[in-house]
Design a protein around this ligand. Structure first.
Ligand code: ADP
Ligand code: ZN
Ligand code: ZN
Length: 816
């Protein structure tokens, strides 16, 4: 009797036993995928995690349909890590498996399969089975697995689909269509016919009387001698102090050839500049200290102020790990930052850099997966957001977690609700790898670990090139409104500074932590505010579309002309978002080109890149944005940053509000003055004396840390307590209230630690489901494992109570 233990890509905590033939048993290895029947008629791609001879006692093992892999595509250390995640974050192993794999590797019966529109298909290259599927899709727009089983008259069809996906003929359902093509950069190279010494002489002869053209050609030679990398038209024109017209003339004369490359896909064909990087004294000191710390510490924190050149230190460290043949994982909070980083890393490491992008399509993700698995040269360094953690690393030596304080490292929905920083530390442990956490504004938890000797701790307190930190100017909004010095939401100070910056040809960044035009519309007559029908939130006004929209469920309605309650036409807007700031800019600075970066303008695969590209290319003078702007972007022409209103961040009902406000303002401020000139940051606020604002103004991270740490101890929060948050949801208000109370009581009776709730959150209804939360605070010295076991038992009995079965409970460990 031969069996395999498999994980299904479903939210099921259990593994399942299937039977296999002897031949299959002998072939099978842990980490291979198998297609299995499940339930009445479903088929799933399951993962084999055990091979054994133990017949299940509770059910008859079904047979697998087939083995899908020739060798394991998930490693054993990965399986162990996933089991750790499931256990620590209290979710099903199936959730981890489903979240970890590129969906193209998880074909299932419900997957919708369609034909790719634009691809050319050479039918003679298709196998008979492939051709049948292809032909069926000429008649029908989409098929499901069962249709294909019927067409091919056999069960073993997943490999056929996989081949067609690999051949770029089929696509699986959730792939988004993307229209934007990333900006192509224009390059020139010398025509090959002049690429010899004789050719050069001939060329200079031709240009004898064309001085301006000759100037460009000479500059071209100089640049290619020093830079050893492709030369952009922009750079050439700058270097030669010439014009686009003259380059064009040279192209027309066939002296130059122009060509285009996508910015993050530049192929250096091995001509990388490894080893050329010169660290500053402060950087070198930090670098040495990190290496020394790694001799006895697995994790280090690099606390370096904004623009201290942390990236360059990372690059030096990566060089060392690559030299030992190990893989490197570089995690970023936001994949949008990759474009800048990838081009920086490719300059040093050429084609060894792979990017794992959740917005990439299935094929691209599968490609990176396979490269990492094979330890291919192309994926020695993997850059990605949190999900890159799930790749099948073969021999990981080093993990960098840049901007480690960022909230986006914690996945909040769906399960697994893991924190990528913490999960990465565990991953590294499994590989005996080292972890470097980097930030200018570390999280309280990490700084605590670093200063209590758990982590190594390295600081850099000067900016690279001794550029000074920006000057921070506080503007008291109360005073400005009182003295009528405001134009819209712009104080006189901010207006003057923007005017000055624009007149110098410099760019400006404005930060407003709220999107939309204005958060609410209010009736002046009766005070009514339109709310979402499904959620307990007011609707946000979006002027551009003249709509009211719910930011929680996406519900939208046309902007009303009359109050729904009293029919009055006197409606007014309150509060303001990025859209309104952009509108005001157009009136106050009519000559300036404005751009906006928020969730509304950055949808789609290259949404971010599009805006960042145009800002970098100086097609935008003033960029308005939400916190997306705070994440490590490097612009050299920005010396002025304005924070439109610091207060709405400070007064979030959240124990991290002050920590986050400090981080956000410091990070946004850090976008200013990154080249020689001293930058300026204007913070508009009603509370210029607020401790957090003062701490930002004086770059007083330690002051912020001490104050927050004190509060965390008093109010029982991390790092002194671990937080587990339970969220209960149901459409029936009374049932939910009753169930939440039951759960709360049982928890507090069985746990010797603070249990808070059941609380009605600030937003207590989303998509027509009512919400209650319960918070459990586990003291640091208590065993978290045992506590979780108790909680899990209680949750299991809660589920067993018939009248509570309809209540959905989600568990968020280390709630952020
Ligand atoms: P951080 O990530 O600490 O904010 P960056 O790594 O982005 O800072 O560095 C800030 C700027 O200084 C970048 O433009 C970078 O290219 C430049 N820089 C930093 N270190 C060096 C170095 N050793 N040599 C040349 N340029 C450097
Ligand atoms: Zn009204
Ligand atoms: Zn809603």
């Amino acid at each position: 009797m031969y069996f395999v233990e498999v994980v299904l890509p479903l939210s099921l905590a259990k593994t399942f036993t299937y039977s296999v033939s002897e031949a299959e048993f002998l072939f099978m290895k842990k980490g291979m995928r198998v297609a299995v029947p499940f339930g009445k008629s479903k088929i799933y791609t399951a993962l084999v995690i055990e091979i054994h001879n133990n017949k299940p006692t509770l059910y008859d093992a079904k047979e697998i349909h087939q083995i899908l892999d020739e060798f394991p595509i998930v490693t054993e250390s990965q399986i162990n890590h996933w089991l750790w995640i499931a256990n620590y974050y209290m979710c099903a192993i199936g959730d981890v498996y489903r979240g970890a794999m590129p969906s193209a590797l998880l074909l299932e019966s419900e997957t919708i399969i369609t034909k790719k529109n634009d691809s050319f298909v050479d039918e003679s290259l298709l196998s008979d089975d492939e051709f049948l599927v292809y032909e069926a899709l000429q008649q029908q727009s989409s098929l499901k697995v069962h249709d294909i089983i019927a067409i091919l008259n056999k069960n073993n069809i997943f490999p056929v689909i996989q081949k067609l996906v690999d051949k770029n003929i089929l696509v699986l359902q959730e792939e988004v269509q993307e229209n934007y093509k990333p900006k192509l950069v224009r390059y020139v190279r010398l025509h090959t016919k002049y690429d010899t010494n004789d050719g050069l002489k001939e060329l200079l002869d031709i240009l004898k009387s064309a001085n301006k053209q000759k100037e460009i050609v000479l500059n071209y030679f100089q640049l290619s001698a020093t830079e050893k990398k492709p030369i952009t038209v922009k750079k050439l024109i700058e270097a030669a102090n010439s014009s686009a017209a003259i380059v064009k003339a040279l192209i027309e004369k066939e002296i130059f050839e122009e060509y285009f490359l996508q910015e993050d896909r530049i192929n250096f064909a091995g001509k990388s500049r490894e080893g050329e990087l010169q660290l500053s004294v402060a950087q070198q000191k930090a670098f040495d200290s990190i290496k020394e710390n790694f001799e006895h510490k697995a994790v280090c924190l690099l606390h370096g102020i904004t623009s201290s050149g942390k990236t360059e230190i990372y690059i030096k460290l990566i060089e060392e790990y690559l030299a030992t043949g190990k893989q490197v994982l570089y995690l970023l909070p936001e994949i949008a930052l990759t474009t800048q980083l990838v081009s920086r890393l490719r300059t040093h490491f050429g084609n060894k850099v792979a990017v794992f992008h959740s917005k990439y399509n299935n094929n691209e993700r599968v490609e990176v997966w396979n490269q990492v698995l094979r330890n291919a040269d192309k994926a020695q360094i993997v850059i990605g957001a949190r999900s890159a953690l799930f790749l099948p690393f073969y021999d990981l030596g080093f993990i960098i977690i840049d901007e480690e304080h960022e909230q986006t490292f914690k996945q909040s929905d769906p399960a697994p609700r893991y924190h990528a920083r913490d999960a990465a530390i565990v991953l590294a442990n499994g590989h005996q790898a080292k972890v470097l956490l980097g930030s200018a504004t570390p999280s309280i938890e990490t700084y605590f670990n670093a200063t209590s000797d758990k982590y190594g701790f390295i600081e850099i307190s000067e900016r690279f090139g001794n550029v000074s930190l920006p000057e921070i100017v506080l503007v008291d909004l109360k005073d400005k409104y009182f003295r009528k010095k405001m134009n819209g939401h712009f104080s006189d100070v901010l207006t003057e500074e923007i005017t000055a910056a624009l007149s110098l040809g410099e760019q400006v960044i404005l930060f407003q932590n709220r999107r939309g035009y204005s958060p609410i519309i209010e009736c002046i007559t009766c005070g009514h505010v339109p709310h979402c029908q499904q959620c307990d939130v007011s609707l946000t006004y979006h002027k551009h579309k003249n709509q009211l929209r719910c930011h929680y469920c996406g519900y939208s309605m046309a902007n009303p002309t009359r109050c729904h309650e009293c029919s009055s036409v006197d409606l007014t807007t309150k509060g303001f978002g990025t859209e309104q700031i952009e509108q005001e800019l157009i009136t106050i600075f009519p000559g300036a080109k404005t751009g906006r970066m928020d969730q509304d303008t950055t949808r789609g695969k290259f949404g971010f890149e599009k805006i960042i590209d145009s800002f970098k290319n100086r097609e935008i003078d003033i960029l308005v944005g939400t916190q997306m702007l705070a994440k490590g972007l490097d612009f050299d022409n920005v010396n002025l940053v304005g924070i439109m209103n610091a207060d709405n961040m400070l007064y979030h009902p959240d124990f991290r509000a002050f920590e986050r406000s400090f981080q956000m303002m410091t990070q946004v401020a850090g976008r200013s003055g990154r080249s020689e000139k001293k930058g300026k940051v204007i913070i508009q606020t009603y509370n210029p004396n607020h401790n957090t604002i003062q701490q930002v103004t004086h770059t007083d991270y330690v002051g912020m840390y001490k104050e927050q740490l004190y509060d965390r101890q008093i109010y029982k929060y991390p790092p002194y307590f671990r937080i587990i948050k339970l969220t209960l949801k149901q459409r029936d208000f009374d049932k939910l209230k009753e169930g939440a109370m039951w759960l709360y009581q049982v928890l507090s009776q069985n746990l010797v630690m603070p249990v808070l709730g059941p609380e009605e959150p600030v937003i207590s209804r989303i998509r027509n489901e009512y919400i209650r939360t319960i918070i459990i605070k586990i003291p640091q010295q208590t065993s978290i494992g045992n506590t979780k076991k108790t909680i899990q038992k209680i949750l299991n009995s809660f589920e067993a109570v018939a009248q509570y079965r309809a209540i959905k409970v989600t568990t968020n460990v280390d709630f952020y």
